[in-house]
Design a protein around this ligand. Structure first.
Ligand code: SAM
Length: 276
C-alpha cells in the first residue's frame, strides 16, 4: 500500500509556534523532504528529532519529486517542510501535491503559521474578501503589468516582499493605484515584530530615509467603491464603521470616506454618530 505525504507547516520566526501535531508527524514519518535541510534541521534539533532528510526545492523539484513519489509508492511516509511557514504558499510543494494526486498517493496537511494570513489578521483592513498575490516579478515590465491588472481590485490584497525591493515596490504601487491604506507587517512572531498601519504615500516617504529591514508582508486596501450616486449614505456609514474597527479615529474615518464618496463630511459624521 502507498504511503502518505504530510504537508507540515513550520514556524515563520518563533520556534514555539510548532504545533503538537507537526512535531508528532515529523517524529512519525519515514523521511522528511525539506526546502533547505540546514534550516529544517534546526527545528528538528529543537524538538530532539532525528530523521533522514532529502532536499526538495525550486531547482531540483523534477528529479527530487520523482524520487519522493517512488518512495511514497513503495509505502514510505514523507513530511514536506519549507524554510518557514506553510509549504506550497510561495514555496515549493505544489508540483509534489499534483504528482501525488496523479499517482493516487494520499496527501494531508498539518496546518500552522502562514505569514500572509498572520499579516491579514493584524492589518486592520477588511478581511471578509481578500486576494493573495505572492511576490511581484523582479522584471520591471511584469511588475507594472501585475499592478495594472489589480488597479480595480476591490478586495484587500496581500503581497510578500523582500526588504531590498520594498521601496521601489511601494513607489510602483503608489504610481499605479494612487494613495491607499496599507499595513506593513514585518518580522511577524519575532522579537522585532512590527505592524505599521499607514498609507502608501506616507510609507514611501518614510522608507526614503529609513532602510527597510527584515521580512515584510504588505496588506493593501482594495480599490474604492464607485463614487457619487452609487454609494448610499448607509454604505458610507458602514465603511466608516469598518475603518473605526480597524483602529481609525471617527473624525479621520469620516474624512477618508467623505473624500472617497463625495458625501458631505457633516452629513456622514451625523449619520455615523447616530448609527453608533
Ligand atoms: N510559505 C511561507 C508562508 O507560509 O508564509 C512563505 C514563504 S515566502 C518564500 C517568504 C516570504 O514570506 C518573505 O519574503 C516575507 O514576505 C514573508 N514572511 C515570511 N516570514 C515572515 C515573517 N516572520 N514576517 C513577515 N513576513 C514574513
Amino acid at each position: 500500500m502507498a504511503g502518505k505525504l504530510y504537508l507540515v507547516a513550520t514556524p515563520i520566526g518563533n520556534l514555539g509556534d510548532i504545533s503538537h501535531r507537526a512535531a508528532q508527524t515529523l517524529e512519525s514519518v519515514d523521511f522528511i523532504a525539506a526546502e533547505d535541510t540546514r534550516v529544517s534541521v534546526k527545528i528538528l534539533n529543537n524538538l530532539g528529532i532525528k530523521k533522514p532528510m532529502v532536499s526538495y526545492h525550486e531547482h531540483n523539484r523534477a528529479s527530487s519529486g520523482e524520487r519522493i513519489i517512488n518512495r511514497l509508492l513503495a509505502g514510505e511516509s514523507c513530511a514536506l517542510v519549507t524554510d518557514a511557514g506553510t509549504p506550497v504558499i510561495s514555496d515549493p510543494g505544489s508540483d509534489l501535491v499534483t504528482l501525488c494526486a496523479e499517482a493516487g498517493v494520499e496527501v494531508t496537511s498539518i496546518p500552522g503559521p502562514c505569514a500572509a494570513i498572520n499579516a491579514l489578521i493584524l492589518s486592520g483592513l477588511p478581511s471578509g474578501r481578500f486576494t493573495f498575490e505572492g511576490f511581484l516579478s523582479t522584471t520591471k515590465k511584469n511588475r507594472l503589468q501585475h499592478l495594472d491588472e489589480l488597479k480595480g481590485e476591490k478586495r484587500t490584497m496581500i503581497f510578500y516582499e523582500a526588504p531590498h525591493k520594498l521601496t521601489s515596490t511601494l513607489n510602483d504601487m503608489l504610481a499605479a493605484w494612487g494613495d491607499r491604506r496599507i499595513s506593513l507587517c514585518r518580522e511577524l512572531t519575532k522579537l522585532h515584530e512590527e505592524v505599521s498601519r499607514t498609507t502608501l504615500s506616507q510609507a514611501c516617504e518614510f522608507y526614503e530615509s529609513n532602510a527597510p529591514r527584515g521580512e515584510y508582508v504588505l496588506v493593501i486596501e482594495g480599490a474604492a467603491e464607485e463614487t457619487g450616486d452609487t454609494v448610499t449614505l448607509e454604505q458610507a456609514v458602514e465603511k466608516v464603521r469598518e475603518l473605526i474597527n480597524g483602529g481609525m479615529k471617527l473624525r479621520d474615518a469620516v474624512k477618508f470616506v467623505s473624500n472617497e464618496t463625495k458625501i458631505s463630511k457633516n452629513q456622514l459624521y451625523d449619520a455615523a454618530v447616530k448609527a453608533e
